[in-house]
Write a protein that binds this ligand. Structure first.
Ligand code: ZN
Length: 256
């Protein structure tokens, strides 16, 4: 199984990353996609990939951490993408978040620019969204972006999911579905079907049910598999195989 979204570059993992990766490997995690958030993070991501060969990377400006200047921020991103093109499989994590204190118009400009960059490099994107389902599909359409990607930490109904899938996106499924209140999302997933789903933890965030208040880790990815196995009434092996296929379909490269 592959953790399609884990922030191993964050300070939460600085002291024991080796143990975190080892434990996840022992529990069957075969790949880790570490999405970008900031310029310092991109450098740390490269160092992590040099150490663990099953690490995939994406670079991007996360909507929580947009720098003041869009022109210089984009220039820095374009430079690192061009220099390390062979080290990355996507642009991300980018997107819109209605809960942060950055005006939506500014966030939308950033998103459009980063979608353009992804389009120029023929790369898929990792999209973050919070309370912006009413804007995001329209914006993707408006941008003309056509390389697809993943809607990270998907929670929403079937209709919304269908809009993203029609635009070439898959849905990242994480801790939300382990909670009793995740019923709406679980129902949506069942009607959407396994072909559009990826597994993710969003470690160190989004703890699973039963582990609230603790640091989340890729080693817990199996909990998502368990819930999905019950939900789809198929074996865990099938969930793992299908979501792994979906991951490679999108991010295209087999581990060395
Ligand atoms: Zn994230």
């Amino acid at each position: 199984m592959i953790d399609s979204h884990c922030h191993l570059d964050l300070p939460a993992f600085r002291d024991d990353l080796d143990a975190v990766v080892k434990k996840a490997r022992e529990l069957g995690v075969k790949g880790f996609l570490v999405p970008g958030t900031t310029a310092q993070g991109w450098q740390r991501q490269l160092a992590i990939q040099a150490q663990y060969r099953e690490v995939f990377l994406a670079f991007g400006w996360h909507p929580w951490f947009l720098p003041g200047s869009i022109s210089s921020g984009l220039k820095t991103l374009a430079e690192v993408v061009s220099k390390h093109r062979e080290h990355i499989v996507a642009i991300g994590e980018i997107g819109l978040d209605a809960t942060v204190d950055i005006p939506m118009q500014i966030q939308e400009n950033w998103l459009l620019e980063q979608l353009n960059l992804a389009q120029a490099y023929k790369l898929p994107v990792i999209l973050h969204q919070l309370k912006t389902h009413h804007r995001l599909p329209a914006l993707i359409k408006q941008s003309g972006f056509s390389y697809g990607g993943v809607i990270h930490a998907y929670s929403g109904n079937t209709l919304m999911a269908t809009k993203y899938i029609e635009l070439g996106f898959k849905l990242g499924i994480g801790g939300t579905i382990t909670y009793p209140r995740g019923g709406k999302t679980r129902e949506a997933l069942r009607s959407i079907g396994l072909a559009s789903l990826l597994l993710e933890t969003d470690a160190p965030d989004m703890p699973m049910c039963g582990f609230q208040g603790e640091r989340n880790e890729p080693a817990r990815l199996g909990q998502i598999v368990k819930v999905m196995s019950d939900l789809f009434d198929v074996g865990e092996r099938e969930i793992i195989d299908k979501t792994t296929d979906n991951f490679y379909q999108l991010f295209g490269r087999l581990p060395a």
